[in-house]
Ligand binder design. Structure first.
Ligand code: NAI
Ligand code: MG
Length: 336
């Protein structure tokens, strides 16, 4: 098999962690090749645009992209480059696994859950955002559609089925937000009925926060609307040891973009100490997406091996290593 991936190295620590990630991927000899394209600050300096046309075309052509973090300049034309990419490619499913890796500062052992967040509507639309002339009253609209709810809940159940997961928790606030969250819950129940082999339960979002902190092992797949998913998935990242280990996929009908949850980390950029794991775990999601699940599992196993030994990992995981020593150790583990 051969597959070309559009690769955006990104800003700040982006090129460092991308370099480490691609070295590890190359060790798999899985027939991957890369088309490097630019976005973000580098693209603006070199091509005068934050999101050049050639970059969009490469993502559209290959339909799969691996992306480093992008610094969104304050006061640019876009609210966020990530939001722009999401819109352009209709990346409706934000899939964030939270899986404990032994040897990290995680608060619990053996957490293995996935948040599936609706990524295109809900409270995050730019339509209907109004500030009164005196600046003292603000209004914003929440948009929930049957189509948007249907496809995200279906995505969550199909993911559960594919991965042999047992349970999907639908998180909502339909008791108070009767129209928007109410519609989401109604559609979710209809979709759940089509997956009788997968257990479905419902949970109100505030209770869900408490349950995640007190008893996270009860969760398997969580599906929810945009704002709740944004917050809950960060909470879940915190449960398993934080940003250096949190990957995310943005899946759409036209393309899928895989990235770390964290940003460009300007405070440590250029120092060679950024943890490449979050991006590498996103690359594992990407491998699964293109039918290379076995290779993804090899990388995940290598990460667990190296993190458990600690000596060659980066300072955020309590090691004294560098981005490169971490990648070297992962390559050694893959060869062993
Ligand atoms: P950040 O995630 O870049 O950094 C937060 C803290 O975590 C920093 O102390 C940083 O050193 C640390 N950190 C992050 N990733 C790390 C890694 N791989 N290894 C070790 N330590 C790591 O968040 P911040 O500072 O709020 O944002 C910086 C820039 O990134 C902003 O311009 C923001 O817009 C952008 N950003 C981009 C994202 C994306 O492209 N998906 C997501 C989040 C932020
Ligand atoms: Mg967020």
């Amino acid at each position: 098999m051969s597959k070309t991936i559009a690769v955006i190295r990104g800003d700040g620590i982006g090129p460092e962690i991308m370099n480490a990630t691609l070295r590890v991927l190359d060790e798999l000899k899985a027939g991957l090749s890369y088309e490097f394209v630019e976005a973000g600050l580098i693209a603006q300096e070199q091509q005068g645009e934050l999101l050049p046309k050639a970059t969009m075309e490469a993502i559209a052509r290959h339909r799969v992209a691996l992306k480093g973090p992008l610094t969104t300049p304050i006061g640019g034309g876009f609210s966020s480059l990530n939001v722009e990419l999401r819109k352009r490619f209709d990346l409706y499913a934000n899939v964030r696994p939270a899986i404990t890796i032994p040897g990290t500062k995680a608060r619990y052992e053996d957490i293995d859950l996935i948040t599936v967040r609706e990524n295109t509507e809900g409270a995050y639309g730019s339509d209907g955002q109004v500030l009164s002339e005196d600046g003292d009253t603000a209004l914003s609209q929440i948009k929930v559609t049957r189509r948007g709810s249907e496809r995200i809940v279906r995505y969550a159940f199909e993911l559960a089925r594919r991965q042999g997961r047992k349970k999907v928790t639908v998180v909502h606030k339909a008791n108070i937000m009767k129209t928007t969250s109410g519609l989401f819950l109604k559609v979710a129940r209809e979709v759940a009925a089509q997956f009788p082999e997968i257990q479905c339960n419902e949970m109100i979002v505030d209770n869900c926060c408490m349950q995640l902190v007190m008893n996270p092992h009860q969760f398997d797949v969580i599906v929810t609307t945009n704002l709740f998913g944004d917050i809950l998935s960060d909470l879940c990242a915190g449960l398993v040891g934080g940003l250096g280990l949190a990957p995310g996929a943005n899946i759409g009908t036209e393309a899928a973009i895989f990235e770390a949850v964290h940003g460009s980390a300007p405070d440590i950029a250029g120092k060679g100490i950024a943890n490449p794991c979050a991006l590498l775990l996103a690359a594992c999601q990407m491998l699964g997406h293109i039918g290379l699940e076995e290779q993804a599992q090899r990388v995940r196993t290598a990460i667990r091996t190296v993190v458990a030994k600690k000596d060659r990992v980066t300072p955020d995981l309590g090691g004294t290593g560098t981005t490169d020593s971490f990648a070297d150790a992962l390559i050694d583990a893959l060869r062993a």
